[in-house]
Design a protein around this ligand. Structure first.
Ligand code: OVM
Length: 406
């Protein structure tokens, strides 16, 4: 089925961002989309799309005109029923958004998460020591999944049992921003137990007394939000905080495995870890696309967008736009990658980005201090999801540095 293009000045495209072969390697497709012009009409889904850095940034910087309360997925909450209760931070607009965002921003502030650094470093050191000892392992499972599930899970204050539900839940959420396709449906078939466990651990009595979850409930005690809202914001931490960091770690190790000369730069100077992580996020963004909906007729990029229009925003494409980035397709940890939009931008820009950076920096630093070289043993196995890109398996062999750098 194709949707007729109501925009005279916008080229139509049969591009399907959710096709398996596109998800396998989206970048050539993004290039064609950017070359079509500032806008494209995706006839398969009946939405406008932007894929260039400039338009992506403009749209995300005008939350009053390009709103989130109609959902940030393909589904329009004004006309379709959301598959779960909308998020009270992601899928809301000002002024409602500001109240919840303020609480989450404090819980995830640099000062708050700075207190987690020493513990995170111990967890990473222990895991990486053991893996380097083994030599060959599945970097996706044994490190990129294991680290956030342990470190972030403990930080939130989750019980140890049941954490195997975290990644499948995120997989549902991120598939849910796309169409109701086979990928979403097959994930939902086994949803029951997962959703039940998530609901249970969003309750105060399931959480430790000193974690990030408890801090959200303390904000409710202080009258900043309702107690029920605190539980909803714990759900946000669990929705947005696991698959994203897991896949970012996967993409980092994969990029370094494929670019040994870049690994050599980081290994020689582990203090580059934070900068290198920014380049990973630019070059191989985890989050690929989400949507905004226009609240009125508005001119942008040479057209008049009609009120109530769903717009697909390809942030991973903006991060490869040659109009913004010299040699955009080159992975180069020495470049200035700040200004990438892997975390979005504007008032809805990732609230957990400092947490993500902390986790990424700590894992990369732990590796850089111990690992001479990373060899990918065969092709990593991709995890296919409608919105986020990462791996489910990445067999590697690492050689230890003869003298560990500390
Ligand atoms: C939420 C939520 C879920 C997924 C992603 C996200 C990227 C937020 O439930 O609020 O931010």
């Amino acid at each position: 089925m194709t949707h007729e293009n109501p925009y005279r000045d916008v080229p139509s495209s049969d591009f399907d961002p959710y096709a398996t072969e596109v998800l396998a390697d989206p970048y050539p497709h993004y290039e064609r989309l950017r070359e079509l012009g500032p806008w494209a009409w995706l006839e398969r889904y009946g939405v406008l799309a932007v894929a260039r850095h400039d338009e992506v940034q403009r749209i995300l910087s005008q939350p009053d005109v390009f709103c989130s309360s109609a959902g940030v997925g393909l589904a329009n909450f004004h006309t379709e029923k959301p598959w779960r209760k909308p998020s009270i931070i992601l899928e809301t607009d000002p002024p409602d958004h500001g109240r919840t965002r303020k609480v989450v921003a404090r819980v995830l502030s640099p000062a708050s998460i700075g207190r987690l650094r020493a513990t995170f470093e111990e967890v990473a050191a222990r895991m990486v020591d053991e893996l380097v000892e083994r030599g060959s392992f599945d970097a996706a499972k044994d490190l990129c999944e294991a680290f956030p599930i342990k470190a972030f899970g403990d930080a939130v204050g989750l019980p140890a049992a049941g954490r195997q539900h975290l990644l499948p839940y995120g997989d549902m959420v991120f598939n849910g921003f796309g169409p109701i396709n086979e990928r979403f449906r097959s994930r939902m078939e086994s949803a029951g137990e997962t959703v039940d466990w998530i609901a249970k651990v969003c309750q105060r009595d399931a959480l430790t007394k000193d974690g990030l979850g408890a801090q959200l409930f303390a904000a409710a005690d202080a009258g900043e939000i309702e107690h029920e809202e605190a539980g909803m914001l714990v759900r946000t931490l669990l929705s947005a905080g696991l698959d994203t960091t897991v896949f970012t770690l996967c993409n980092a190790i994969q990029s370094f495995g494929r670019h040994p000369e870049q690994w050599a730069l980081l290994r020689e100077d582990p203090s580059m870890a934070r900068q290198a992580l920014e380049e990973v996020l630019r070059y191989d963004s985890t989050f690929h696309s989400f949507y905004r909906t226009s609240t009125r007729d508005v001119e942008l990029g040479g057209i008049t967008v009609k009120a109530g229009q769903k717009i697909a925003v390809f942030i991973a494409s903006a991060n490869r736009d040659p109009r913004r980035w010299p040699d955009a397709d080159r992975f180069d940890v020495t470049r200035r990658a700040t200004g990438h939009m892997a975390f979005g931008t504007g008032i809805h820009g990732c609230a957990g980005q400092m947490m993500a950076r902390l986790e990424g920096e700590i894992v990369l630093t732990a590796l850089a201090r111990r690992v001479e070289s990373i060899r990918l043993d065969g092709q990593p196995v991709q995890h296919f999801n409608n919105t986020v890109r990462g791996l489910k398996s990445m067999p590697v062999t690492v050689t230890p540095l003869s003298v560990a750098v500390h």
